[in-house]
Design a protein around this ligand. Structure first.
Ligand code: CO
Ligand code: ZN
Length: 338
């Protein structure tokens, strides 16, 4: 699975530019499902047919990045964020465009970090003039972080763990599913999560699942002077209770806990005070879809190097598998009657 994770996190894919990630995932998951297809926004559906109810697991393919707003007379690029990027975390970082152009971020004169705002930042691609810059980059081109995957032993470090690790968990779970399932399962690889859960919105509408699950990273409280949070690396995947986008359906949460306990999968309960996931969009689709989330604990979410624990990832794969293979009750109202 490590090779899969490395390939996924190192692929270019800011929101709206998920094509390379989608092609890679399609190639990896195709052999493990009945069919895959793509919609107008670029979401990738990987479907295992089966009777109702239908489960939908969603991991987003997009990552945070920047977009070029202006090219100045000396060839410096001005940028604005795609998704939740803190400007101070970009200073000194290398960014890469789709076609491979690389630049480094720096800032104008400031008195302190507090003064650092997007208009103070620029991206230097080594162009000596506006004309030279324009030969390589156009207004509206996007760039994402340029960071290699590193195996630290018990832990992995990379850009875009949010949420390629979720994509890897779904691909691996799909591979390990038995030939026959008690219900239909769709693995969704969504687009544009970082700019407002957009892909999951249209995908949930199209799929009309009976249960929805986001599979995404969550923050942790186990680093020096971190904001108080009862999630740590290495203590198992987290079963979400709430974040700013969703209050997970209590029945879904209970069935997730029951599954984890029966299968002896370590888990934590997650209350995320800031941040959302695809579950936020899925549960509001149509007449409302009972939803939950499997979260992979992650340090430094939205920083250039995000860290996950190898055992948490392994247990998350197992939890998604066990959730897929347990029989979910048919709901007595809504689209469960299909
Ligand atoms: Co994110
Ligand atoms: Zn995410």
């Amino acid at each position: 699975m490590e090779a899969l994770i490395k390939e996924l996190v190192e692929t270019y894919g800011p929101s709206g530019e998920e094509t390379a990630v989608r092609e890679l995932i399609d190639e990896k998951v195709r052999g493990s499902v009945d069919r895959t297809f793509t919609d107008n926004l670029g979401n990738l559906f990987a479907l295992r047919e089966g009777p109702a109810p239908r489960l939908m697991f969603s991991a987003h393919m997009d990552e945070i990045g920047v977009i070029v707003t202006h090219i100045d007379g000396n060839g410096f690029l001005r940028i604005t964020p795609i998704g939740g990027v803190a400007p101070h975390l970009l200073v000194g970082q290398r960014l890469r465009f789709k076609d491979g152009v690389i630049g480094t971020v720096y800032h104008e004169k400031i008195k302190g970090l507090k003064e650092l705002s997007w208009p103070k930042l620029y991206l230097d691609i080594g162009a000596a003039s506006r004309e030279a810059a324009k030969e390589r980059v156009r207004i509206g081109d996007m760039a994402c972080l340029h960071q290699p995957f590193v195996n630290l032993g018990e832990r992995y470090l990379a850009k875009a763990m949010d949420d390629r690790i979720g994509c890897a968990v779904l691909v691996e779970a799909a591979r390990r599913l038995p030939p026959s399932l008690p219900q239909g399962v769709c693995f969704l690889f969504s687009v544009q999560e970082e700019v407002g859960l957009r892909g999951a919105t249209t995908a949930a509408y199209r799929l009309e699942p009976d249960y929805g699950f986001a599979v995404d990273v969550t923050s942790v409280g186990d680093t020096p002077e971190a904001p108080l949070m009862a999630v740590s690396l290495g203590k198992g995947p987290a079963i979400k209770v709430k974040d700013s986008s969703v209050l997970c359906h209590p029945r879904v949460r209970e069935l997730m806990i029951e599954t984890a306990e029966r299968e002896k999968i370590p888990y934590q309960l997650e209350v995320l005070e800031r941040g959302g996931t695809d579950a936020g969009a899925i549960h509001l689709s149509r007449e409302g879809i009972p939803s939950g989330a499997v979260s992979i604990p992650c340090r430094y979410v939205h920083a250039p190097s995000e860290m996950v624990d190898v055992s948490d990832v392994r247990h998350a794969v197992n939890l998604v598998m066990k959730l897929s293979t347990r029989a979910w009750p048919l709901l007595d109202s809504g689209n469960g009657s299909r």
